[in-house]
Design a protein around this ligand. Structure first.
Ligand code: PHE
Length: 335
């Protein structure tokens, strides 16, 4: 009997697969599962079987019935979805090519330049642990610097990273020293929106750790990087900056390319755009990540690439970049 059942099942499955119409499938269903089917005939033998056999074959029959029924139903759904659609093939088609987002273009440019300078590219999570976003970066719980970054805390105890600097710690812990890495990524801060502030923005983190690194290495790297990005000499200025994970810390500003330094809403009428904070990595951060600050030191920077894209493409309102407005974004079509 088992051989016979096997044959019935395999025939039924083949017919179900081949069927192309709902009606055919309903016929197959009644052929294999209906009252006059071979299966029904075999089932009637149950009566004369021992209790043991009844149990065994009873549940086998039920399983076969259920399986075949669900196969028929699945196939019915399939054939109905793939029904031929009538369409007018004389209608003109307007196919629009997609394009890369300006921030994506700039992020790629920046990482390409850094790669040529020997940096490797790494990445880390956008949903980050407090430890990596703050604690390991020398920003303990009660540190006032936490107020500088309006953090989105999540119900699961994690947070949306407020900067790409947690990647410094990830990279140090994973690869040790010496290291030269960059990490592009999206960051989040609970900011009031205006022409130059968004709650979602992109940075590229850069970090070099080796023996005898100096702030001169940082300045040179930034100068090379910014000139390569803007493909011309831009004015830059350096101010002292404060970040708990660097000492000393610096702010590198570049002259506003939108207004040429005269003052506009993008640069808050100052003529300068804050582009790139950086500094020498604090010994506490090296220590926390298992690198001996007596042997190694290094620099880090956090380039704001959303701002950079605005400068480069003369976009005067940061909000446009997250708007998905194709009238703007289409301008950056690349082949
Ligand atoms: N992570 C800092 C910020 O976003 C920038 C920074 C990076 C400063 C690296 C110093 C060194 O505010």
């Amino acid at each position: 009997m088992q051989e016979e059942l096997k044959k019935i099942v395999s025939n039924a499955i083949n017919e179900i697969k081949e069927a192309k119409k709902e009606n055919d499938l309903l016929n197959i269903k009644s052929k294999y599962l209906g009252k006059k089917s071979k299966l029904a005939e075999l089932m009637s033998n149950l009566k004369s079987m021992s209790i043991e056999e009844k149990k065994k074959y009873g549940s086998l029959f039920n399983k076969i019935k259920k399986d075949l029924e669900s196969k028929v139903n699945e196939r019915i759904t399939e054939v109905n979805v793939t029904k031929d659609i009538d369409f007018d093939d004389t209608l003109p088609v307007e196919a629009k090519l997609g394009s890369l987002h300006p921030v994506t273009i700039v992020a790629k440019e920046v990482t390409d330049i850094l790669k040529r300078m020997g940096f490797s590219v790494v990445s880390g999570p956008e949903m980050e642990e407090e430890y990596f976003n703050f604690v390991a970066l020398n920003i303990p719980d009660d540190h006032p610097a936490r107020d500088m970054q309006d953090t989105y805390y999540l119900d699961n105890g994690k947070l949306l990273r407020t900067h790409t600097s947690p990647n410094q710690v990830h990279a140090m812990q994973k690869y040790g020293a010496p290291i030269r890495m960059c990490a592009p990524g999206r960051c989040f801060r609970n900011e009031d929106l205006d022409a130059s502030h968004e709650n979602t923005f992109f940075q590229v983190e850069g970090m070099v750790i080796d023996k005898n690194i100096s702030i001169g290495n940082l300045m040179y790297t930034m100068k090379e990087l910014l000139s390569a990005i803007f493909e011309r000499d831009v004015d830059v200025r350096v101010r002292p900056g404060f970040f708990p994970f660097v000492e000393p810390g610096v702010e590198i500003d570049c002259s506003c390319l939108i207004c040429g330094g005269k003052g506009c809403p993008t640069c808050k009428n100052s003529g300068w755009i804050e582009l790139c904070p950086g500094g020498m990595i604090h010994p506490n951060v090296l220590k926390e990540s298992g690198i001996d600050p007596e042997v190694y030191n290094g620099f880090a920077f956090g380039l704001g690439i959303t701002r950079l894209a605005m400068m480069k493409y003369k976009i005067d309102d940061i909000r446009v970049l997250n708007s998905g407005d194709l009238r703007v974004l289409d301008k950056f079509n690349v082949e």
